[in-house]
Structure formats: C-alpha cells, structure tokens
Design a binder for this molecule. Structure first.
Ligand code: NDP
Ligand SMILES: N[C@@H](CC=O)C(=O)O
Ligand code: NA
Length: 370
C-alpha cells in the first residue's frame, strides 16, 4: 500500500502534524503505517517530492522543504502533481482559508482525500458543505474527515456521526467549544482570580489556542462555526449568518486593521471586563462562553452566560472543552471533556483521521484513482 500525505499550511498545527508524522515514521513495530509526506505548501512556497521524504527529511522540514531552494507556491500544479501519484493521496488543509476550502470539490473530483482542522468548508456556504458531502459520500470514493474542526482532537464529530448514523435523535448539544474562551474565562472569571482580561488573552495566544487573529475567537465566530458544523452534521439547516452570536470584542477594536494592534489596545478595555466579572461573582456565578445546538426547536445560539459555581462548566480547567450531547438514547447527556485547542492535540485529531483513511484504503482496492 502507498499512502501519500501533502500538507497545505505547515504553520502551528501543520508543523506539529509533521513532527508527529516524523516521529511515527521513525517508530518501530507492527503499528507503524507506511504514510509518506509528498508535498508541502504555504502561501509563498512549495516543495513537491519525486520520492517520499524520509523521516530525517521531515525532522528538517522547515529548511529542507520550505527554504530558499523551494519553488514558488502554485496550488494548481501542487494538486495536479498529487492527483498523478500512484496510491491513495490525502491533502491536509491546515490553513484557516476560505479560498483553500473552496478548492475541496476540485480535489475530491480528482480522487484526493481531504483531512482538515479548517472550519471554513463546513460552516460557510451551505452549498459548499453539501457539495463536499456529496463528493465524499461514496464508500469507494475519496473521503473527507474533519474531526479537528470541533474540539480539536477530542472525538466529538465521530461521536456525533455515530449517534446520527445509528438513528439516535439529537435533542441538544451544549458546551464550551473554544479552547481560547475556555482558557480565558477559566482563568479570568473564578473566585480569587487576579489576572486582567487582556493578560489572559495574551496567554491564550502565546499558548497557540487562538485563531491567527484572536478577534475570530472573541467575536464568537469560531464558536458559531463549530455550532454550525455540529448542527449540520446533525442534519440541521443552520449557518453562522442566522445564528444569534454575542460578539465580546470591544466596539472600538472591531475595525482595527491588524491582530497586533488589537492586542496592544486590548488593555484599554480591562475595566469593562472586570465589571462584568465582578457583577457575576457577586451573584455567586462565573462567566463562561457557550454554544448551544437546538436539535428540535430552532433556538441554537452562541453567548456569554453566567453559571453557578457548582455547575460543571464553572469548574473547567485550562483550555478544556466540554460538550454534552442530549439525545433520545442519552437523556442524561453523553459528555466529552478535555483539551480542545493547542497544536499537539489538534495534530493528533488530524493524524487519527489520516489513519482512518489509511486503514479504509489500505488494500489499495478502494482507492478512487484505480
Ligand atoms: N490552534 C488550535 O488549537 C486549533 C486550530 N485549528 C485550526 O487549524 C488551522 C491552522 O491553525 P494554525 O496552525 O494555528 O494557523 P497558522 O496561522 O499557524 O498556520 C496557517 C498556515 O496556513 C498557511 N496559509 C494561509 N493561507 C494560505 C494559502 N492561501 N495557501 C497556502 N497556505 C496558506 C500559512 O502560510 P503563510 O505562513 O505563508 O501565511 C501557514 O503556514 C486553522 O484553520 C485553525 O482554525 C483547529 C483546532 C484547534
Ligand atoms: N481558536 C480555536 C482553535 C480550535 O478550533 C479555539 O480556541 O478553540
Ligand atoms: Na474533535
């Protein structure tokens, strides 16, 4: 079997994935899969291998593959080359780009599998979501896995898919879906906490939890995208354009042009967030940013809410996500909890999706290109 992997956007998450693939390639034992990395591309450069890179190449990937000797990025040539390779080939999209997500149908049509933590293809235009689903629905055709789009590596979408495909009825899904906002409010809004709001945001960014621009977390859009993905996988006609979403980015900072300027000016608004927090604490509650998928009543939403100190959401730690599925079979919710952001756990989610494809197409018999 030949299983080729190419990575678009070897940034924080893509870089961690390459490290995990390199470690896997160097590991011994029967569990090692013959996954080979055959291409890397960022917004400026690309490297395509005639033969697969070795594990040693991979551990030097930054200089060896995207250094001065690499070629100018050309996504058309990149996909053309991948589509011509022997064996099953997966493209891993580790960007947060709408333009890259719009290419998925063309990749699928050419028999390329897709694995991605990029939420855009599944939470933007409903027509794109449906097209991706249609082109990846044949058991022998190309596959799309996007577990890491919700709760990073936590098995959220695989669980939801299993519930839906076995005929359970989703009543509601509620939780804390943002690693950034979880970290932020767990540290900022707790009895005795002393850190300022802006310092907590800076820490979440430094820890690699935030989107490239942290305003995409604070404006609620990242959670809205996750709520949309969950809703759509559950069969709802739902979109970020119609969901009520509470934007907590201070009004004057919404239009500043760069993420750096936003971070510099955020301390000007620490007082505003301190007041919200003090009011909540005085009422015996903490602030938590939550998402809610209403499977039956059309009342899905994304908002900052107060929770009493004895509520499970109030005692969350670090960047943990918590996701509670209430269904016909699980009237007492099925709960998934754990780190929902960060490079290593996100790369783990991507890697485990790649393994699912490698296993599904392992014999070569079900490879769409044959
Ligand atoms: N961080 C986390 O905890 C989690 C992240 N995710 C998702 O993972 C994805 C990656 O996040 P992260 O690694 O933090 O982001 P980074 O900003 O670190 O990396 C993004 C990468 O994408 C590349 N890129 C951007 N646009 C293009 C383009 N048009 N063509 C080719 N390459 C492009 C960038 O290249 P260049 O440097 O040249 O611009 C960079 O290599 C996002 O979709 C995010 O939502 C999902 C779950 C958790
Ligand atoms: N910025 C996101 C990353 C994962 O999707 C988060 O904070 O959860
Ligand atoms: Na997940």
């Amino acid at each position: 079997m030949v299983f080729n992997v190419a990575i678009v956007g070897p940034g924080l998450v893509g870089g961690a994935l390459i490290e995990q693939l390199a470690a896997h390639a160097q590991s011994a034992g029967f569990a090692r899969l013959p996954i080979t990395v055959v291409g890397l591309i960022n917004s400026k450069k690309m490297a395509l291998a005639n033969t697969a890179y070795t594990a040693a190449d991979l551990s030097q990937w930054q200089t060896a593959l995207l250094g001065d000797s690499a070629q100018t990025a050309d996504l058309t040539r990149f996909a053309d080359t991948l589509a011509g390779l022997k064996g099953a080939t997966a493209i891993v999209d580790c960007t947060s780009s709408d333009a890259i997500a719009a290419l998925y149908p063309s990749w699928l049509t050419r028999g390329l599998h897709i694995v991605t933590p990029n939420k855009k293809g599944f939470s933007g235009d409903m027509s794109l979501f449906r097209e991706i689903g249609r082109l990846s629905s044949s058991p022998l055709g190309p596959a799309v896995y996007h577990e890491a789009t919700v709760g990073a590596g936590l098995p959220v979408l695989s669980t939801l898919n299993d519930l839906v495909r076995t005929g359970d009825r989703i009543i509601k899904i509620e939780g804390i879906f943002s690693g950034t906002l979880s970290y932020l409010f767990n540290n900022f809004s707790a009895p005795g906490a002393t850190q300022s709001f802006s310092a907590c945001v800076a820490e979440a960014k430094a820890n690699g939890y935030t989107e490239p621009d942290p305003r995409d977390d604070l404006n609620g859009m990242d959670v809205a995208r996750k709520v949309t993905i969950l809703g759509r996988v559950a069969g709802l006609d739902i979109g970020t354009d119609t969901l009520p979403v509470e934007n907590i980015v201070p009004e004057p900072l919404r239009a500043v042009s760069t993420a750096d300027e936003f971070m510099q000016r955020l301390p000007e608004f620490d007082q505003h967030f301190s007041k919200l927090n003090t009011d909540a604490l005085q009422a015996g509650s903490v602030l938590r940013y939550v998402g809610f998928v209403d499977g039956v009543g059309g009342q899905s939403s994304v908002k900052l809410a107060r929770y009493p100190l004895d509520h499970p959401f109030a005692s969350l730690k670090g960047s943990d996500n918590i996701i509670a599925f209430t269904t016909e079979r699980f009237p007492n919710p099925l709960i998934i909890q754990g780190a929902g952001a960060g490079a290593a756990v996100t790369a783990f989610g991507i890697f485990s999706d790649l393994i699912k494809i490698a296993e599904r197409y392992g014999s070569g018999l079900a490879d769409p290109k044959f």
